[in-house]
Design a protein around this ligand. Structure first.
Ligand SMILES: [Fe+2]
Length: 463
């Protein structure tokens, strides 16, 4: 069942996003021209720099937007030709532009080598994604900063008007030139900060793997599993910025952690169905005496590879649990491992209490009483239902820990809060506990900030 989406609302959002993107580009062109005027005094050099800058900018746009734009127009025309009845809103010109821009931003230009970092990906795709993401963010900060400044100035003006009332002599203007300069410099520093933070997140934090160790108490854990080690990898997102070679490095790290069992919690691919082959090949290099098990994520669903990637994994001895369970046996005892496909009733999986009630339908039939039940579920929003069922431990991913967040300032400053309260780390409630792994790969932009990639090692204990 699909939740109906209000198309007029969607069109409004699309228009708003397009306007913000265009406004941000105009804003930054103005800022760069202003900076160039003060940094390059000679007009001849300034003109040459301007031509070079525009050439680079247009090249990035052409490489990243034109192919998906053409694709969008072609699919629009074919849709209109085959279904003339009522043009759905997603085929409007604005929607095509939006999709082309978004698609170009996320996927870049034509990636002939989708699992290798090619020169065009490094020189044309990554700078474009970095620029678009950081320029829009910087622009929004500038709008906020400017609005706050204008409100403060209006309040000050009003205050002095009130004080002046009844006096013959006007009051001295309290806004000093030095203060204004300080405010301008602060605004410049704040609006350009996303570019610096974005570069840091792209070149350093995105690759700065953190290995988290998490003790998990499960009173029902059989004695034979005391100290059992599960290593979790999630959200691989193989692509030009998470190459097969890079994943091989994580495979080596996972093997070095000496896991008893490995849990792979979905989003192996991003968009390209052909990337399922290399990602399965590389992940098959992980070794664990009790085996490798996994579940599927939303990107397997979107790339339409759910069945094929499950078969590929099976051929390499890795079992993807799709509303299935398996008993992991040791010393005459067993724990129960369950897995489900991506659980959501809407594309992005917003957390809605009515929808949450529908998650994990029939999972109670997969549970085994009297032992530890461990669930692999890509979407952490299944936790509420899992705890109601009494599933001892849920392992999830999906959020990337927010990927680009300011959680060090406030836990609310994370985009993932829009879809779940379970963004990262360990959670407990009556009936069960959950760990949300931040994943390894990235989506949208190859940037991580305040959310480094993670491999988690769980050590199960009875008490
Ligand atoms: Fe993901």
């Amino acid at each position: 069942m699909r939740v109906p989406v209000d198309m007029s609302q969607r069109s409004l959002v699309v228009c708003a996003v397009i306007l913000v993107v265009i406004a941000s580009q105009i804003f930054w062109v103005g800022q760069i021209r202003k900076a160039a005027a003060s940094l390059i005094p000679r007009s001849g050099w300034r003109r040459r720099a301007s031509i070079a800058g525009w050439a680079c900018y247009l090249l990035l746009l052409a490489y990243n937007i034109l192919p998906p734009l053409l694709e969008g127009f072609l699919s629009r025309n074919s849709t209109l030709a085959t279904a003339r009845s009522a043009s759905p809103p997603h085929t409007t010109l604005g929607a095509v532009l939006f999709r082309a821009h978004l698609w170009g931003w996320m996927r870049g230009g034509p990636n002939l080598e989708p699992t290798h970092l090619t020169l065009p990906a490094a020189l044309l795709q990554a700078p474009y994604q970095w620029w678009m993401f950081c320029s829009v963010l910087g622009f929004l900060i500038a709008v906020l900063f400017g609005s706050a400044d204008r409100i403060a100035r209006a309040a000050r003006w009003l205050y002095h008007k009130v004080l002046q009332a009844g006096r013959a002599v006007p009051l001295h203007n309290p806004v000093s030139l030095a203060r204004r300069r300080f405010l301008e410099r602060s605004a410049l520093a704040v609006t350009t900060a996303p570019f610096v933070a974005g570069a840091y997140g792209m070149f350093y934090e995105r690759l700065n793997l953190e290995i988290s160790h998490q003790g998990i108490k499960i009173p029902r854990l059989p004695r034979a599993f005391e100290g059992f080690r599960i290593v979790q990898l999630s959200d691989i997102h193989i692509g030009p910025f998470m190459t097969a070679k890079e994943i091989l490095r994580y495979v080596g790290i996972a093997n070095g952690l000496k896991p008893d069992l490995v849990a792979l919690t979905g989003d192996f691919v991003t968009w390209d169905p052909s990337t399922q082959f290399p990602v399965v090949d590389v992940l098959a290099g992980i070794k664990a005496p009790f085996g490798l098990y996994g579940c599927l994520g939303n990107h397997e669903m979107w790339a339409k590879v759910e069945d094929s990637i499950t078969q590929l994994f099976a051929l390499r001895g890795i079992r993807i649990l799709r509303s299935e369970q398996v008993l992991i046996r040791s010393g005459g005892e067993a724990i129960n491992l369950l897995g489900v496909d991506y659980q959501s009733r809407s594309p992005m999986g917003p957390r809605n209490q009515r929808l949450v009630r529908e998650y994990l339908e029939g999972v109670d039939r997969l549970m085994v009483p009297g032992t530890a039940n461990i669930l692999l579920s890509h979407n952490p929003n299944t936790f509420d239902r899992a705890a109601e069922y009494g599933i001892d431990l849920s392992l999830a991913g999906h959020t990337h820990g927010g990927q680009v967040t300011l959680e060090f300032i406030s836990p609310d400053l994370s985009p993932s809060r829009l879809i779940t309260p379970y963004v990262r780390g360990w959670f407990k409630k009556p009936g069960g506990q959950l760990y949300v792994n931040r994943g390894i790969g990235t989506i949208g932009v190859p940037i991580r900030f305040d959310a480094p990639p993670e491999i988690t090692v769980y050590e199960l204990v009875r008490s």
